[in-house]
Design a binder for this molecule. Structure first.
Ligand code: HEC
Ligand code: HEC
Ligand code: HEC
Ligand code: HEC
Ligand code: HEC
Length: 192
C-alpha cells in the first residue's frame, strides 16, 4: 500500500517536473493530480528543479535509504481547508485556472466581509491576497510568503514621504506591522 502511494507520488512528481513552472504546465499538472493522488509535495514550491530533488528523495525512500521529510508537517502555518484536504473547496479542474473562481475572488468566498475600514491597502482592495499569502501552507505564521515585516519592503522600495521618521525606525527593532495594519483601517495609512 505504502509503495503504491509513493509510486503514485513519484509519477506525479515526474509529471510536474516535465510540466515545468509555467501556467499551462501547472494546469496540466493540476489536472493529472486531481485524478485521485493522495499525497503531494508543498505545491507552492513546485518547479522543475524542486521536483527533481523530490523525485530523488522519493527514490531513496522507496529503496529504504532515507525517510522523506514532510514539508507540510514542518511548516509554521497551514490553511484549514488544505489541512482538511477539502481541495475542491477551491479547486475545479474544469476551469481554466484550475480554481472554482478567479484568483481575486477566491479568498472572499470564505473570508466574507473581510475587507472593511475607511482606508484599504492597495493589493487588498484589488483582491490580490496572494501577493502576501500562500494558499496552502507556509513556513511563516498566517500563511505569509515572507516574514510579516520583511514582506512590506518587497513592494515599498520607494523612498518614504515620511522618511525621517521611517529611517529612524529602521535603526530600531520596530516592525512595520507594529504600527500599520497590513489590510485596512479607519486611520490614514492603516495606522493601528
Ligand atoms: C484555500 C484554497 C485552496 C485549497 C483548499 C487548496 N488549494 Fe491548491 N491552490 C490554490 C491556489 C490559489 C493555487 C495557485 C493557483 C495559481 O497560482 O494559479 C493553488 C495551486 C495548487 C497547485 C498547483 C501548484 C501551484 O502551487 O501553483 C496544486 C498541485 C494544488 N494547488 C493542489 C492542491 C491540493 C492537492 C489541495 C488539497 C489537499 C489543495 N490544492 C487545496 C488554492 C487552494
Ligand atoms: C474554503 C474556504 C476558504 C477559502 C476559499 C479561503 N480560506 Fe482562508 N481560511 C479558511 C478557514 C476555515 C480558516 C481558519 C479559520 C479562520 O481563521 O477564520 C482560514 C484561515 C486563513 C488565514 C489565517 C491562517 C493563520 O494561520 O492564522 C489566512 C491568512 C487565510 N485564511 C488566507 C486566505 C487566502 C489568502 C485565501 C485565498 C487564496 C483564502 N484564505 C481562502 C477558509 C478559507
Ligand atoms: C500586503 C500584504 C497582505 C495582503 C495583500 C493581504 N494580507 Fe492578510 N495578512 C498580512 C499580514 C502581514 C498578516 C499578519 C498580521 C499580523 O500577524 O499582525 C496577515 C494576516 C491575515 C489573516 C489572519 C489574521 C487576521 O488579520 O485576520 C487573514 C485571515 C488574512 N490575512 C487574510 C487576507 C485576505 C483574505 C487578503 C485579501 C483580501 C489578505 N489577507 C491580503 C498581509 C497581507
Ligand atoms: C504586493 C505589493 C505590496 C506589499 C507587499 C505591501 N504594499 Fe503597501 N501598498 C501597495 C500599493 C499598490 C499601494 C497603493 C499605492 C500607494 O498608495 O502607494 C500601497 C499603499 C500602502 C500605504 C498607503 C500609502 C499612501 O500614501 O496612502 C501604506 C501605509 C502601506 N502600503 C503600507 C504597507 C505595509 C505596512 C506593508 C507590509 C505589511 C505593505 N504596505 C506591503 C503595495 C504593497
Ligand atoms: C512607529 C510606527 C511606524 C512604523 C514602525 C512604520 N510606520 Fe509607516 N507610517 C507611520 C506613520 C505615523 C505614517 C504617517 C506619516 C505621515 O503622516 O505622513 C506612516 C506612513 C507610511 C507610508 C505612507 C507615507 C510614506 O511615508 O510613504 C508608508 C508607505 C509606510 N508608512 C510604510 C511603512 C513600512 C513599509 C514600514 C516598515 C518598514 C513602516 N511604514 C513602519 C508609522 C510607522
Amino acid at each position: 500500500m505504502r509503495k503504491t502511494v509513493l509510486g503514485a507520488s513519484l509519477l506525479v512528481l515526474a509529471v510536474i517536473a516535465s510540466a515545468g513552472c509555467d501556467a499551462v504546465g501547472r494546469h496540466k499538472a493540476l489536472s493529472v493530480i486531481f485524478d485521485g493522488v493522495p499525497s503531494l509535495p508543498p505545491p507552492e514550491e513546485i518547479c522543475e528543479q524542486y521536483a527533481a530533488i523530490r523525485v530523488a528523495e522519493v527514490r531513496d525512500e522507496l529503496s529504504g535509504k532515507k525517510s522523506v521529510p514532510s514539508a507540510v508537517v514542518d511548516s509554521k502555518s497551514q490553511h484549514a481547508p488544505y489541512l482538511e484536504k477539502r481541495c475542491n473547496d477551491c479547486h475545479d479542474k474544469k476551469n481554466q485556472n484550475g480554481l472554482i473562481t478567479s484568483r481575486t475572488e477566491l479568498c472572499m468566498v470564505c473570508h466574507t466581509g473581510f475587507v472593511k475600514g475607511l482606508y484599504v491597502h492597495g493589493p487588498v482592495a484589488v483582491g490580490d491576497c496572494s501577493a502576501c499569502h500562500l494558499p496552502h501552507s507556509s513556513n511563516y505564521p498566517s500563511l505569509l510568503r515572507a516574514d510579516k515585516n520583511a514582506i512590506c519592503l518587497t513592494c515599498h522600495r520607494e523612498k518614504r514621504t515620511a522618511s525621517a521618521m521611517h529611517d529612524k525606525l529602521a535603526a530600531q527593532r520596530i516592525g512595520c506591522t507594529d504600527c500599520h495594519d497590513p489590510h485596512f483601517g479607519n486611520a490614514p495609512f492603516f495606522l493601528k
